[in-house]
Design a protein around this ligand. Structure first.
Ligand code: AMP
Length: 216
C-alpha cells in the first residue's frame, strides 16, 4: 500500500472528499495547503492578511512564500511519515523543491493521483458546496438535508460558503490551474508516479478506483 501521495486535479475534482475517505480508512495525514493558509487568515496575523488577498482573488500565493510556509510541515517528516498532499504542489517550482526536501528525509512521494474533471462540473460542484471553517471538510448543499444540516458533523460548527467558491473566482482558479498546475501531470508522468482517476464519477467510485491504484 502506497503511503505518501499527492492528490492532483483542478478545483472541484474531489480531492478533499477523497482525502477524507483515505484519512479515515488508511490513517494518512491530510495536508491541505489551502486549509493551512486559511487557518493563518483566521488568526488575522500579518502573514494571514498578506495571504488573504491572494485567496480572495483566487490567485496563487507566490512560490517563495508558499515554500517557506510549507517548510513548517516538511521539517517534521521522517521516513515513516504517511501523508497525502492536497493542493500542494501547484507549480513546477514547488514540485521540484518538494522532491528535494522529501529526498533529504527519505520520504519521497510514492504515487500521484490525478483526478480529472471538466470545468462545468467543477463549477456546479463548487458553487453548491459548504465548508467547515475549522477542519476544512466540504459538504455539498444537496447533502445538507439531514437533522444537523448546516453544521460540520465532526466539529459541530456552522458551515460557510467560501468567498473563493463564487463562480467567477472558481473560473479564474480553474484557468490558473490549467496554466500553472497542469504541467505537473507531465512532470510526474516522467517519474512514473502518475495514476489517472476519473474525478467526474461519484465519490464512491472514485474511492474504489483509488484503492485499486494504491494497492499496486
Ligand atoms: P485550495 O483550498 O487548495 O483550493 O486553496 C485555496 C487557495 O489557497 C488557492 O486558491 C490559493 O490562493 C492558495 N493556495 C493553496 N495552495 C497553494 C499552493 N500550493 N500554491 C499557491 N497558492 C496556494
Amino acid at each position: 500500500m502506497k503511503k505518501r501521495l499527492i492528490l492532483l486535479g483542478p478545483p472541484g475534482s474531489g480531492k478533499g472528499t477523497l482525502a477524507a475517505q483515505l484519512q479515515s480508512d488508511f490513517k494518512l495525514d491530510h495536508v491541505s495547503s489551502g486549509h493551512l493558509l486559511r487557518m493563518e487568515v483566521e488568526k488575522y496575523t500579518r502573514m494571514g492578511r498578506y495571504v488573504q488577498a491572494f485567496l480572495d482573488r483566487g490567485e496563487l500565493v507566490p512560490d517563495e512564500f508558499l515554500l517557506d510556509f510549507m517548510a513548517g510541515w516538511w521539517n517534521g517528516l521522517s521516513a515513516d511519515s504517511k501523508f497525502m498532499l492536497d493542493g500542494f504542489p501547484r507549480t513546477l517550482r514547488q514540485a521540484e523543491v518538494l522532491d528535494l526536501r522529501l529526498a533529504e528525509r527519505n520520504a519521497g512521494i510514492e504515487a500521484v493521483l490525478f483526478l480529472d474533471c471538466p470545468v462545468t462540473l467543477a463549477i456546479q460542484r463548487i458553487s453548491g458546496r459548504r465548508s467547515c471553517p475549522k477542519c476544512g471538510r466540504v459538504y455539498h448543499r444537496s447533502a445538507l438535508l439531514h437533522p444537523k444540516a448546516g453544521q460540520c458533523e465532526e466539529c459541530v460548527v456552522d458551515l460557510i460558503h467560501r468567498q473563493d467558491d463564487e463562480e467567477e473566482v472558481v473560473r479564474k482558479r480553474y484557468d490558473i490551474y490549467v496554466q500553472e498546475t497542469e504541467p505537473l501531470i507531465q512532470y510526474y508522468r516522467g517519474q512514473q508516479k502518475l495514476t489517472f482517476i476519473d474525478g467526474s464519477s461519484c465519490a464512491m467510485e472514485t474511492f474504489a478506483a483509488t484503492k485499486v491504484a494504491l494497492a499496486k
